[in-house]
Design a binder for this molecule. Structure first.
Ligand SMILES: [Zn+2]
Length: 148
């Protein structure tokens, strides 16, 4: 028997939470990425096609670039603070480049996630209509129907 303090409170997944957790923008339960770098082609939960057309993720490169520039400036600033004022800017910049290279897969990942969420917010993909599954009858049945 659960007591009041043992109750599990589940909040509805908001758009922001789905974005941070890398979930599908339509159902907010299926993961966009199956692994760290491996991206699912469709949502495992609702079947939304993530890459809608060839070259779809070119916009995500722009988002990654826009997020990467302030991140690089921040990393150079942190390196300058870490090494102190006597260290040259070249050393701080090179250190920031190494740190940026290590963080770039995460940046690329969130650029794609943000791009999918933006695109689905502006032009949501419709769910495919339910198809009526035809049950094939045997050839004998069709000939009987034709005879009638
Ligand atoms: Zn989904």
């Amino acid at each position: 028997m659960k007591t009041q303090s043992q109750k599990v409170v589940s909040f509805p997944t908001t758009k922001v939470r789905a974005l941070v957790r890398g979930l599908c923008p339509r159902c907010r339960s299926g993961k966009i990425f199956g692994g760290f770098i491996d991206m699912n082609q469709t949502c495992p939960s609702c079947g939304l096609l993530f890459e809608r057309e060839p070259g779809y993720f070119c916009g995500s490169l722009l988002l990654s670039h826009l997020a990467g520039m302030p991140l690089m400036v921040l990393l150079v600033g942190v390196a300058m603070l870490y090494f102190g004022p006597d260290t040259s800017l070249v050393v701080s910049t090179l250190t920031a480049i190494v740190a940026f290279a290590a963080l770039s897969p995460i940046l690329c990942r969130y650029g794609r996630i943000l791009w999918i969420h933006l695109d689905q917010g502006l032009d949501p993909a419709r769910r495919p209509p339910r198809t009526v599954r035809r049950v094939r009858t045997s050839a004998v049945d069709t000939t009987e129907r034709a005879a009638v």
